[in-house]
Design a protein around this ligand. Structure first.
Ligand code: AMP
Ligand code: ZN
Length: 492
């Protein structure tokens, strides 16, 4: 097994390795569950899923942890505004997050760790930092990390900390990207605020300490890989390193992977620009889950991805092309024997696919290797030159492709139906969704049945019945494509 992955810490591409005799340990920063996830968040989670699935394909045993941040300033404010406990408030969005992972075929890691279930570990870590002189209690009862006590501060983000003021503090978790300040480890409760009673006094943890405590709990003081979106590099990950290494005296994560941002039509996604989309927004516009997932892998994780609706349509077509091709291989009849040139092209595609992913997870090249094979095999089949013994090796390469990309097996109908049910329950159906609702009034099974009936009608030359079925399907936005190998349907 081999994976050469860029390491933000060293600034170099390095072999990702486990510690001897241990599974590869990964800590992935997870969501803050205060709202529905947007497609930028899912760009990061899909890319981590590509990493995870590729390591599994290579036979690497994994111990992968993702946190769920279920307490923070935003959550406290929103829960209070809704008159709910933070547990009740976050339960809904945590469930939605897991549903969204499922919709996008993102595998769950070995461990999901909720911040609120690890308060004693966080308190223990803070006490250790106080003992070591790296943390102090402010007059307001909050605890802060003294960054002047950690000479390595800035080594991940390569910040120049000259001019940093000793003792200047911030309480917010996401502070100014250009300045370093002592940051809150524990926030003392203000009167009436939700809190935990602990030896540190009544309060709640800061965001950074959560990840340090949970990573150590599940993976030990030193582990192999830490991941997150590029925005987390500073201050969040820098602070995690400072806290953890000050407490343990050991290297925290050996390898750091940062996924670059998703932009929308070239701009930062933001509510005020009106270019902010949740996964559910896109599903309700009729885009398929597989197309969204596939789009999020279109460029490698170290490049920013520019989301456009054109790109999403291209992605829809690309997935469709792959599925049609597989159907053609499975159902088609080919002359006996093997086409040597195609066999060679198949082996080459399989090798290039793996080699591209081994090379810093180059998803773009891995996809290109597969599409090249599809192009060659399709044109060979068009000329009647594809042979029966070419089919199994091609399907094998495609199966490997799908163990990583996970777009060929078709769950799209079920996902869209799920989104429509959710929208109906939450009163989010709009005029724009009316057509979609009509289209999905027929289930995939019901359509399969009608298509089968139409094929039979055509065979027995009952063209009136066959045409009536085609018309009925067309009215519901379902397109039929007839080929020598039978009829396929898809939703418009
Ligand atoms: P949050 O729920 O805000 O804590 O973010 C969850 C994950 O999504 C983090 O790893 C973020 O770095 C990542 N993220 C947030 N916005 C984007 C974006 N536009 N593109 C890619 N990743 C993002
Ligand atoms: Zn984190």
């Amino acid at each position: 097994m081999s994976l050469r992955l860029y390491n933000t810490l060293s600034g170099q591409i390095e072999e990702l390795t486990p510690q001897p005799g241990r599974p590869l340990s990964i800590y992935a920063c997870g969501p803050t569950v205060y709202d529905y996830g947007h497609i930028g968040n899912f760009r990061t989670f899909v890319q981590v899923d590509i990493l995870r699935r590729f390591l599994k394909l290579q036979g690497m045993p994994l111990r992968h942890v993702m946190n769920i941040t279920d307490v923070d300033d935003k959550i406290m404010a929103r829960a209070a505004a809704a008159g709910q406990s933070i547990g009740d408030y976050t339960a809904k969005y945590e469930a939605a997050f897991l549903e969204d992972l499922n919709a996008l075929a993102i595998e769950q890691p070995e461990f999901l760790a909720r911040a609120t279930e690890h308060i004693p570990q966080m308190v223990g870590l803070i006490e250790k930092l106080v003992e070591r002189g790296c943390a102090y209690r402010g007059e307001n009862g909050s605890y802060y990390f003294r960054i002047a006590s950690f000479p390595g501060y800035g080594k991940l983000s390569k910040k120049d900390l000259a001019g940093m003021e000793d003792g200047a503090r911030v309480d917010v978790d996401e502070y100014d990207k250009d300045s370093a300040r002592d940051f809150a480890l524990w926030k003392a409760a203000k009167p009436g605020e939700f809190h935990w009673n602990t030896p540190l006094g009544p309060g709640r943890p800061g965001w950074h300490i959560e990840c340090s405590a949970m990573a150590t709990e599940y993976l030990g003081e030193t582990f192999d890989l830490h991941t997150g979106g590029e925005d987390l590099m500073f201050p969040h990950h820098e602070n995690e390193i400072a806290q953890s290494e000050s407490a343990s005296g050991k290297t925290f994560a050996r390898h750091w992977m940062h996924i670059r941002f998703l932009l929308v039509e070239g701009k930062k996604m933001s509510k005020s620009l009106g270019n902010f989309y949740t996964l559910r927004d896109l599903l309700l516009r009729g885009y398929k889950a597989s197309a969204i997932r596939f789009l999020l892998t279109a460029v490698p994780y170290r490049n920013q991805l520019n989301f456009t609706f054109e790109g999403l349509t291209e992605s829809t077509n690309a997935v469709e092309r792959l599925r049609t091709f597989i159907e053609r291989l499975r159902k088609g009849e080919f002359p006996a024997g093997v086409n040597a040139a195609i066999l060679e092209a198949t082996e080459r595609a399989g090798k290039n696919f793996i080699a591209s992913l081994e090379d810093d997870l180059n998803t773009a090249e891995a996809r290109a290797a597969i599409f090249e094979l599809v192009r060659l095999a399709n044109s060979s089949a068009d000329r009647g030159e594809l042979r029966q013994d070419n089919v199994a090796p091609i399907l094998e390469v495609l199966a490997k492709f799908d163990q990583v990309f996970a777009v060929l097996e078709d769950h799209d109908d079920a996902v869209t139906r799920f989104a429509l049910d959710w929208a109906a329950k939450e009163n989010r159906l709009t005029e724009a969704t009316t057509e979609l609702v009509a289209g999905y009034s027929l289930s995939a099974e019901a359509i399969d049945k009608l298509v089968e009936e139409r094929t039979k009608a055509r065979k027995s030359k009952d063209f009136a019945r066959a045409d009536a079925i085609r018309k009925e399907l067309a009215e519901k936005g379902i397109l039929l494509e007839d080929s020598a190998d039978g009829a396929r349907w898809r939703r418009k």
